[in-house]
Design a protein around this ligand. Structure first.
Ligand code: ADP
Ligand code: MG
Length: 235
């Protein structure tokens, strides 16, 4: 069963007299246990699509169902609820709190997600151990390598048990072998924990970890195989 279903999403940015149609009717489904790549050149709508599907941004039209419930985009509270309960984000620039340690960054995220129980520190330690950072708990982000920072960001996205993870160009600031390691973490999360992972990228090297590749151009998903590249696996 699809854990996330987006139907005919459109997004028009209108600012100061200019009008950009960033999404022009995007329909997609994410399944549990699946890692999906979203490929497209800069400006094609990847970030906008993830922002709308991740309930950070309202679409101009279209609908979204997350874990079986329709999202009410007119209600900021409903969007926050969906983000807290179901969705984790990983960004290209990590977006860690520089003054907080690795452990504190994850604890903070758990607090935002409403964790108040004494077990939440155990949960944070467990996630960080799972992702191979137990030896870095007390480090601040400035003392971490790029790959380690991105792993903290992943730990944070996973905290609270989000079933859906959106990663927006997560390897763009990493050396290519580190980027592949990060992608392998995403793949494991999908396969071993049944999470649904959508990764935006324009790095062809990461294709091999994907179950499925979606291509976006000018705000529209295009058919697999209809362009230059050659996806190895599809739905
Ligand atoms: N906040 C915004 N206001 C106006 N236009 C925007 C905004 N964000 C993105 N855009 C435009 O929407 C289009 C899609 O952008 P984006 O979703 O960021 O693409 P990508 O992530 O693939 O680079 C681009 O033409 C971009 O300039
Ligand atoms: Mg982008």
């Amino acid at each position: 069963m699809a854990i996330l279903e987006a139907e005919r999403l459109t997004k028009v940015y209108e600012e100061g007299g200019s009008r950009v149609e960033a999404l022009r009717g995007v329909t997609l489904e994410l399944e549990e246990g699946e890692i999906v790549l979203l490929e497209g050149p800069s400006g094609s709508g990847k970030t906008t699509l993830m922002s709308v599907a991740g309930c950070l941004l309202s679409p101009t039209s279209g609908s979204l169902t997350v874990e079986g419930r329709g999202v009410d985009f007119r209600s900021p509270a409903d969007m926050v609820r969906v983000r807290r309960e179901s969705i984790g984000f990983v960004f290209q620039s990590f977006n860690l709190f520089p003054a907080l340690t690795v452990l504190e960054n994850v604890l903070y995220s758990l607090q935002v997600r409403g964790r108040r129980t004494p077990e939440y520190e155990r949960e944070a330690r467990q996630i960080l151990q799972q992702i191979g950072l137990s030896h870095r708990l007390d480090f601040v982000p400035a003392k971490l390598s790029g790959g380690e920072k991105q792993r903290v960001a992943i730990a944070r996205a996973l905290s609270g048990g989000s079933r859906i993870v959106f990663a927006d160009e997560p390897t763009a600031n990493l050396d290519s072998h580190v980027g592949l390691e990060v992608l392998e973490i995403f793949r494991k999360l999908a396969k071993e924990e049944g999470r649904a992972v959508l990764v935006a990228t324009h790095d062809p090297a990461v294709r091999k970890v994907a179950d499925c590749i979606l291509r976006i151009r000018d705000g529209l998903l295009i058919e697999e195989g209809s362009q230059d590249s050659d996806p190895t696996r599809g739905h």
